[in-house]
Ligand binder design. Structure first.
Ligand code: ARG
Length: 484
């Protein structure tokens, strides 16, 4: 049983809370991660209460001093949580009041835990969103680096997991890179939308005190206050949106990882991962397993699950705050840290892997991966594409039967399929030429991938500048609240 006098709201009750009620309703395990933001929110709030003359200056000063002590304890990881208090907000307020006396009770003037938790969580997620975008960019950069070194490394491009057309390793790596670029952009878009301050929405309807929401919003580094108090305390779409951003990134990661797992198999032999990023087998001495890539692929499940959790949890909730909303933190906090960890480690895996050009070339030269090029060649000789397709189909069949690649057939052998084939066909048949000649915008030729590389680097640099500025702005707010 929790003694009634320990509750911040004992007035209405005649008995304390049952231990099991507290254990079931407590969110402290999760929202203790919000401690730093909770105190920052309170520092901004009390500054505003003082400025607006809502509470006496001396009370505000003693609250501020008390909060700064708590802040220091949190930063040094020695703030003691009291598990008889159900969440981080009550913990901070309870500790403050037990230290500075009744003045501590004035901190909660003109606000509620409903706007408080929304503010704390936005501040927390603002940071992890910037960190996530940064990690995604780091991974993207490692892919771009591989592309820079491999503009002329030929490998098979696949559709339906069948050899389709020759591409460069650069083109393949950049394909993944641009997916991650959109992921990082999505995180930044979500950041923009969540960068509004809930504080002052109070329980649901705003407050009768002459608060200044613009002041607290600015002090906490938000662009502006949210517009509607009822929307504010019931809104969790900023959380769901991030859950989606994370899920989409995880899906992209898992497809990259799936390929890396395949590519490091004996059958493919396209890459060898560095020893320090692979694991051995406890029983089979020859093995070098791509466990990191597999784990990243596996973690997609939980990250996608978090999106399902959010979307289902918020469905059909009446306005405004309902305790259901407390369940929003763990899944998305975990999603965000999973994405950051996955991107960080995958960027190391990518930048330390050895790509086996010879093997990729050998595999590309097998089979009839240049068939489209032969058809395109016939088109340049005036053959309608559909007809050319049929002619080359017959050539491919013969190639399979004789085990002789198209480029290895003599001109006489090729002319059997169409008399319009001339000596210059040997300029377009080598697989390297097939790759080099696809120089359309966005294509796989070295000149096309060079353009893509510049674009990719430009995207990373622009984003990184925005991230740097946003982090600096937030950092300055913390300094200001800590020092003034
Ligand atoms: N722990 C709560 C949460 O995460 C804080 C807000 C509690 N508000 C309330 N009216 N019980 O949502």
């Amino acid at each position: 049983m929790i003694p009634l006098q320990q509750a911040l709201w004992s007035g209405r009750f005649t008995a304390g809370m049952d231990d099991s009620t507290l254990a079931f309703t407590s969110s402290l395990d999760v929202d203790s991660h919000l401690a730093f933001y909770d105190v920052m929110g309170s520092l901004a709030h009390v500054r505003m209460l003082k400025h607006q003359g809502i509470i006496p200056a001396e009370d505000a000063d003693s609250i501020t001093a008390g909060l700064k002590v708590i802040l220091k304890e949190i930063q040094e990881d020695r703030f003691e949580l009291d598990y008889s208090q159900e969440d981080i907000h009550t913990n901070v307020e309870f500790t403050l009041t037990s230290r500075i006396g009744p003045a501590g009770g004035k901190l909660h003037t003109g606000r509620s835990r409903n706007d408080q938790v929304a503010t704390d969580f936005r501040m927390y997620l603002r940071d992890s969103t910037l960190d996530a975008a940064e990690s995604v960019d780091k991974l993207m950069m490692s892919l771009v680096k591989v592309a820079e070194d491999n503009g002329d490394t030929v490998m098979p491009g696949f559709t339906h997991m069948q050899h389709a057309q020759p591409v460069s390793l650069a083109q393949h790596m950049l394909a993944h890179a641009f997916k991650f670029s959109r992921d990082a952009d999505r995180f930044m878009d979500a950041f923009e939308r969540m960068d509004k301050c809930p504080l002052g929405a109070a329980a649901l309807a705003g407050t009768t005190y002459p608060i200044d929401r613009h002041m607290t919003s600015q002090a906490l580094g938000f662009r502006e206050p949210t517009e509607n108090s009822m929307d504010t305390v019931s809104d969790r779409d900023f959380v769901t949106e991030l859950a989606y951003c994370a899920a989409q990134t995880a899906v992209h990661l898992s497809s990259l990882c799936e390929e890396l797992v395949l590519w490091s198999s004996q059958e493919f032999g396209f890459i060898e991962m560095a020893d320090k990023y692979t694991t051995g087998s406890s029983i089979m001495p020859q093995k070098k397993n791509p466990d990191i890539a597999e784990l990243v692929r596996g973690k997609t499940g939980a990250v996608v699950g978090a999106l399902m959790t959010m979307i289902t949890m918020t469905k059909g909730l009446p306005l405004t705050y309902n305790r259901d909303l407390q369940e929003d933190k763990r899944p998305v906090m975990e999603s965000m840290s999973t994405i950051i960890a996955c991107c960080d480690i995958m960027s190391k895996v990518i930048s330390t892997s050895k790509f086996n050009d010879d093997r990729m070339m050998e595999v590309t030269s097998r089979g009839q991966i240049n068939a489209t090029d032969l058809a395109d060649y016939l088109v340049t000789k005036g053959v309608p594409f559909r007809e050319a397709h049929g002619i080359v189909g017959a050539a491919v069949r013969a190639s399979i039967d004789t085990g002789k690649n198209l480029e290895d057939m003599t001109l006489d052998e090729l002319k059997v399929f169409d008399s319009r084939i001339e000596e210059d066909v040997y300029d377009i048949l080598p697989v390297r030429r097939c790759m080099e000649r696809r120089s359309s915008y966005g294509g796989t030729s070295p000149s096309s991938t060079d353009i893509q590389i510049s674009k990719a680097i430009e995207q990373i640099m622009m984003r990184d500048e925005t991230i740097r500025q946003e982090k600096l702005l937030i950092e300055n707010c913390w300094k200001d609240l800590e020092q003034n």
